[in-house]
Design a protein around this ligand. Structure first.
Ligand SMILES: [Zn+2]
Ligand SMILES: [Zn+2]
Length: 452
């Protein structure tokens, strides 16, 4: 008997936490945090402290009370007794928080598997943001790569790379006692590395799977134009070309494809790309794993922005140790202000204060991250503040983005190519739409077990 129990990822985008049981073998596919995790009980400064274990989360039923899974320290004061875990392994598809965040609660002895790139990204982010990115202690942290076949009891798990909005993403072919099962993780087919997803689809189809867990983030949005990463680069290029001042861009620092789009467009227009010290650190750490990335230390077209520190002198001791390495690439507001048309600059919402020093004239701001921030009612306050800053400095606002997830059409084609006997839509708010595409759809529910 093969069964799947959903503790997250059913009828929601993200939060994947799926237990696969087959005879004696028990593995989790991802162990992430839902995007709306805790928002009913925690706000601003009302947040659980690191001194708290699972007692706060159990109180509000935010984390499932599963015995033989969590670490001894996390279970203190919870009433749930610590017992030796009965889980054989946890497989992480990629480093987004909705797939990995809750592994910090797991017992240290449970083996955790992830790609080399995923580990590199998590380590880098932990160094920069220890309060947000902490995967906890694991005695057996194993790294896989394409071509590996990992044996867990009688199960064999094959990780195969896919393209997504973060490097190092994988899907899995899991050989169970009933036949191969596919887990897509998060994927897309409209970026520069779509060949990786094509390879995944080909291998998945060749395995003749009896079941497939497929992500369906964009299942409900069939009207929108499916922008490709190449089109994003084209639009960014056009905006930079027309701009009479500095061009600011905002996108996630882990979205390396997007960085490359902005980098290429900046270079095409003979400008220099300015990034902050955190961004420089991330690129520098990822360089080993992604040889196509420009080298921050030697690339003449990348400059590193140093904020004015209290001393006003840009002294080494004014900055964190990790920042000092980039001092030879330093640029300050003073230089940028004098020659604004020569630069494009990464500018996150929380860095807007720099505009007071930069005094932009005829500038443009390109928002190039998920639409979430610009649309949800809950973000109205931030949106108003951003608009006020743009108005105050006369900055023209643009939205240019493409998703990290497959379009509806690409989902349809992926299902047609892989042809699983059974289809299980996850990571979607529109699971019913899959019933129109496949004769044998099983709809999962969080907290429930399905036998397949
Ligand atoms: Zn996800
Ligand atoms: Zn993701």
């Amino acid at each position: 008997m093969v069964s799947l129990t959903f503790y997250g990822g059913a009828n929601e985008i993200g939060g994947n936490k799926i237990l696969l049981e087959d005879k004696e073998a028990r593995i989790y596919l991802d162990f992430g945090q839902s995007f709306d995790f805790g928002e009913d009980y925690f706000l601003d400064y009302l947040q659980p402290r690191s001194a708290h274990g699972l007692e706060v989360y159990f109180e509000f039923n935010l984390i499932p009370k599963i015995p033989r899974l969590y670490s001894k320290t996390m279970l203190e004061r919870t009433g749930l007794k610590y017992e030796k875990p009965d889980i054989d392994a946890v497989f992480i598809s990629h480093s987004h928080s909705d797939h990995v965040n809750h592994i910090s609660f797991l017992d240290e002895s449970i083996p955790v598997y992830m790609g080399h790139g995923t580990h590199q990204i998590l380590e880098t982010y932990h160094k920069l943001y220890p309060q947000f990115c902490d995967i906890g202690e694991h005695m057996q942290l194993n790294f896989f790569k394409l071509g590996d076949k990992i044996k867990v009891k009688h199960l064999i798990i094959e990780p195969i790379h896919v393209e997504h909005s973060i490097p190092g993403a994988y899907g899995f072919i899991i050989h169970t006692s009933k036949g191969p099962m596919i887990y897509t993780g998060d994927f897309r087919l409209h970026g520069p590395k779509s060949a990786m997803t094509q390879e995944f689809i080909k291998k998945a189809a060749e395995s003749k799977p009896y079941a497939m867990l497929i992500e369906g983030t964009r299942m409900g949005s069939d009207q929108e134009h499916n922008y490709t990463e190449a089109e994003v680069e084209g639009e960014v290029n056009g905006i930079i070309k027309e701009s009479k001042g500095i061009v600011f861009g905002y996108f996630s620092m882990s979205n390396i494809d997007r960085f490359m789009s902005f980098y290429q467009a900046t270079l095409k227009n003979g400008r220099k790309l300015v990034i902050d010290t955190k961004f420089a650190y991330i690129l520098d750490c990822m360089k080993d794993k992604i040889p196509a990335l420009p080298d921050v230390m030697t690339d003449k077209d990348i400059l590193v922005y140093f904020k004015l520190a209290k001393s006003g002198k840009y002294d080494e001791k004014d900055y964190f140790v990790y920042e000092r390495k980039f001092m030879p690439k330093m640029i300050t507001y003073d230089e940028i202000t004098k020659n604004q048309k020569k630069f494009a600059m990464h500018m996150a919402f929380n860095k807007l204060m720099e505009l007071v020093y930069l005094q932009p004239k005829g500038a443009d701001y390109i928002y190039s991250s998920s639409e979430h921030f610009l649309e949800g009612e809950e973000n109205e306050a931030e949106r108003t503040v951003l608009e006020n800053w743009m108005k105050h400095f006369g900055v023209a606002f643009h939205k240019v983005h493409c998703s990290g997830h497959a379009s509806k059409q690409d989902l349809i084609e992926t299902i047609e190519k892989i042809k699983p006997t059974l289809l299980i839509p996850i990571h979607t708010q529109n699971p019913h739409d899959f019933e129109k595409l496949h004769p044998n759809v099983v709809l999962p529910e969080n907290g429930k077990t399905i036998e397949i």
